[in-house]
Design a protein around this ligand. Structure first.
Ligand SMILES: *Cc1c(COP(=O)(O)O)cnc(C)c1O
Length: 462
């Protein structure tokens, strides 16, 4: 028998060492999964090992395959770091090992969800009567919100989709911006609505849905409709114009969902709040905590203006499950039944930042994006393709896709920072994203130097 505390000291000591080295280690992994497989693979041991031995072996084995994505110079995708309070709280979540499905299984987890939900609605400027489910990510949030949408628009025409499914149901029109995130498609697939049936509303060069086109498409048909808008395009950071979009949805009785995985946090800062104007008029919102709020993976919120639609779509109804009246049964707001107490690190992140700290984080990262755009725009022939309204920078070097691809590979190999490429209007381009509390202006400058050097190294003209 091992002691309950075995392994923890080794893990904590290693965590201190890892975190202390995070600012300095090369950002990219040193090896692919094969190296980790060689160190940790093989048949399942016949006899169990001591927790200290397991922890030590894990730590040694995974090292070459780790990406310093929690560090200050990982600018790929939209990743986010880890606030110390959120990390510590996340350890406690595992220590407490609460099953956060029902109030009866953890009144503590239920209470933290209620408090955190209220804080989130407050800081994002959303209706205080909205309901909040704590899910795994933007994918889970989009799926949950669109399930609520599916319920509401079909219920309005007398169809009970929870009971009768979609076979024989009145058709539902789905309208998405041309630059909607791929997780919207996955959500539509999972919900039986089909990704290819969604009507793509034209978007402008920044990826913003054209509200006039939306209005016209809505007017050209009738019946149940769901509109998916976006706060923060994953390439450009651009925001749809929510006022006219909300007007169009109101005119046609359409449900308005906003995918604001990272961008909705703009509402929490005075310098960026204007970008989200009108977002509070939507019917549902998806927002991540593991990106810009710097909570460890995984955490996100599915927010629905009408709690009845949220509950109708998600609630778990089993005869053996006796609810505590008036208490929060968390499972009723999310696809999962048993689940970790995911709101606790979100609570810790918000409490450690406070309202002003959160606003500072958002504004600081946006300023860093502008600083980086300024530096990279000075590379001869390079072009910053987006209006840097938020935390994203899109860059294209001269010389074509292969040169841009080679530059990304060179930056990753150098290890000072990490960034990735994406396809934008048919071209391979370089994407730089800021969403880490630990990033300093010095990190931006060091990284800009490294990117400039890589660009020079791969330039066909030398
Ligand atoms: C990241 C992202 C998602 C998906 O979120 P996950 O947390 O990866 O599931 C959805 N929409 C947008 C705009 C995103 O940036």
């Amino acid at each position: 028998m091992s002691d309950r505390r075995d392994g923890l000291t080794a893990a904590a000591e290693y965590a201190h060492t890892y975190l202390a080295g995070l600012d300095d280690r090369p950002v990219a992994a040193r090896a692919d999964a094969t190296a980790v497989l060689e160190r940790l693979g093989g048949p399942l041991p016949e006899h169990g090992e001591h927790p200290d031995t397991v922890v030590t072996a894990l730590v040694d084995g995974v090292e070459p395959g780790l990406v310093a994505s929690a560090g200050p110079r990982h600018f790929g995708f939209v990743i986010g770091g880890v606030l110390p309070a959120a990390l510590a709280a996340d350890w406690l979540v595992s220590t407490w090992d609460q099953c956060a499905a029902f109030h009866s299984l953890s009144p503590a987890a239920a209470a933290i969800e209620d408090i955190t939900a209220a804080w989130i609605l407050d800081v994002l400027g959303l209706p205080t009567s909205a309901s909040v489910g704590f899910v795994t990510g933007g994918q889970g949030a989009n799926t949950t919100c669109l399930a609520a949408a599916r319920h509401a628009v079909l219920s309005a025409v007398g169809w009970d989709v929870e009971r009768d499914g979609l076979i024989g149901a009145p058709p539902v029109r789905i309208l998405c911006g041309a630059q909607a995130h791929v997780t919207i498609d996955t959500a539509l697939r999972l919900l039986g609505l089909g990704a290819a049936t969604a009507i793509r509303v034209p978007a402008d060069r920044q990826g913003r849905m054209n509200p006039q086109a939306l209005q016209e498409i809505l007017a050209s048909g009738s019946g149940p409709a769901i509109v998916c808008a976006q706060a923060g395009n994953v390439s450009t950071g651009a925001f749809d114009d929510f006022g006219p979009i909300a007007d169009a949805c109101a005119d046609h009785g359409a449900w308005l969902h906003i995918d604001g995985a990272f961008g909705l946090w703009a509402a929490a800062a005075p310098g960026t709040r204007h970008l989200t104007r009108g977002a509070e008029r939507a019917d549902s919102w998806a927002v991540d905590a593991h990106k810009w709020l710097n909570v460890p993976y995984d955490a996100a919120m599915a927010i629905v203006a009408d709690p009845q639609a949220h509950l109708a779509a998600m609630s778990l109804a089993g005869p053996y499950l006796v609810a505590d009246p008036g208490q929060r049964d968390s499972t009723n707001f999310v696809p999962e039944s048993s689940r970790r107490a995911r709101a606790i690190p979100v609570y810790a992140a918000l409490r450690s930042l406070g309202r002003s700290g959160l606003a500072d984080l958002v504004e600081r990262n946006c300023a860093q994006a502008r600083r980086m755009a300024h530096r990279l725009g000075a590379i001869p022939g390079a072009e910053v393709l987006n209006d840097v309204v938020l935390n994203q920078v899109l860059l294209r070097l001269p010389g074509g896709d292969d040169v841009n691809r080679a530059a990304v590979a060179a930056v990753q190999h150098d290890g000072t920072c990490w960034l990735g490429g994406t396809t934008w209007h048919g071209d391979y381009v370089i994407r730089v994203s800021f969403s880490n509390w630990a990033t300093t202006d010095e990190d931006v400058d060091r990284s800009a130097d490294a990117i400039t050097a890589a660009a020079r190294a791969v330039s066909p003209t030398g």
